[in-house]
Design a protein around this ligand. Structure first.
Ligand code: NDP
Length: 333
């Protein structure tokens, strides 16, 4: 399978080109950039055979069977729709679109065209989260009562661009990080949040968009979820906790792009460390996508998962802006 990269982005450079090339028989044939010079420089820096500023030209190449979309958020919908119409399989970055309603259109279009659409939610691919999920499924925690997510980080300087301005590019910590937290909770609990309350903040890095958020979600089972997302915290470790009637999981440094972190399981017997696999998160995301292309299983996060994570983020934003509880609309997916 030869891939076209739609977007000469940091995530493509740092993680996804390597993850594509790690799959047997997969390679990157071309990169699209709005800027010809930048695209050529990106292609040369990463050993990609060609670059273009024309999406039509990339999509007209029959050798390219799949595209990876990692442009700024407002471009995902139009680029995905034409790629799908051209019969290409699509791995798209989160948030899938600027609204859950638009993301649902991408899912319908992919279904009608018979192509694969996946969302690049990396956390459900982490060995740490797979180990936590196994503990929940094995009943080690008993009945789950609550989840707490600590996802307040310091945004690296080289990413302090469109994410911080309230621009048409979809900046803000809510579309950037709440979507990942929503996907991770859905992965672990296998149910969709129903209702949220939230507050946002505009701190030291904000140039218009919110750079902090806290929210509480009600799950259909009655489980309560609390989350904290921020771009401004230099020293706060990330974390994921699941508390049940028989045990608690306390995981630290696991809301990250790398296969790191620590997990403790606390029960009546005491506290013990839980080990987990250390494969690359994006490598597994691509491996499951490649398997699905071959007719085996599903991508780790589907297009529907991308609609749902965005629907939760949208509700968090609405709750923060209106200071009201918001019922989540999943747009029928
Ligand atoms: P970048 O800011 O690095 O790239 C986004 C776009 O900005 C690129 O497509 C590129 O446009 C342009 N650009 C990038 N670098 C420069 C530069 N030095 N000078 C001028 N323009 C530049 O974004 P990210 O890689 O951080 O994010 C891209 C997408 O991926 C977003 O949707 C984000 O939400 C998602 N993401 C997902 C992650 C995950 O774990 N799933 C992690 C990080 C990001 P052009 O292509 O036209 O050259």
């Amino acid at each position: 399978m030869q891939w076209g990269l739609i977007g000469a982005s940091t995530i493509a450079a740092e993680h996804m080109i390597g993850a594509i090339r790690a799959q047997n028989g997969h390679s990157v044939k071309a990169v699209l950039s709005a800027n010809a010079e930048r695209g050529a420089g990106f292609a040369s820096a990463h050993g990609i055979p060609s670059s273009t500023t024309s999406l039509d030209e990339m999509l007209a190449d029959d050798d390219i069977g799949a595209v990876y979309i990692s442009t700024t958020n407002e471009k995902h919908l139009p680029q995905a729709m034409v790629a799908i119409a051209a019969g290409k399989h699509v791995m798209c970055e989160k948030p899938l679109a600027m609204s859950a309603a638009d993301a649902a259109k991408m899912v319908s279009a992919a279904e009608e065209a018979g192509v694969l659409l996946a969302t690049n939610h990396h956390l459900r691919n982490a060995g740490s989260h797979l180990a936590i999920k196994a503990l929940i499924q094995d009943g080690k925690l008993g009945e789950v009562l609550s989840v707490r997510i600590f996802h307040a980080v310091l945004l690296p300087e080289h990413l302090r661009g469109w994410r911080l301005s309230d621009s048409a590019a979809g900046g803000g910590v809510i579309p950037d990080i709440v979507v990942h937290d929503a996907d991770t909770v859905r992965f672990h609990l296998e149910e969709d949040p129903q209702e949220v309350v939230a507050m946002e903040s505009h701190g030291s890095l904000s140039r218009g968009a919110e750079d902090g958020a806290m929210s509480v979600w009600r799950m259909p089972s009655g489980v309560q979820v609390m989350t904290h997302e921020s771009f401004t915290h230099p020293f706060a470790p990330s974390g994921f906790e699941v508390h049940g009637t028989k045990g608690s999981v306390i995981a630290r440094n696991v809301m990250t792009q790398r296969p790191v972190g620590e997990i403790a399981l606390i029960t009546a017997a005491g506290s013990r460390e839980v080990s987990f696999a250390n494969h690359g998160l994006y490598d597994r995301s691509l491996a499951l996508f490649a398997d699905a292309l071959n007719g085996n299983g599903q991508p780790s996060a589907t297009g529907v998962d991308g609609v749902k994570s965005l629907a939760v983020a949208e509700a968090v934003k609405q709750a923060a802006v209106t200071s009201r509880a918001v019922t989540i609309d999943y747009h029928g997916v």
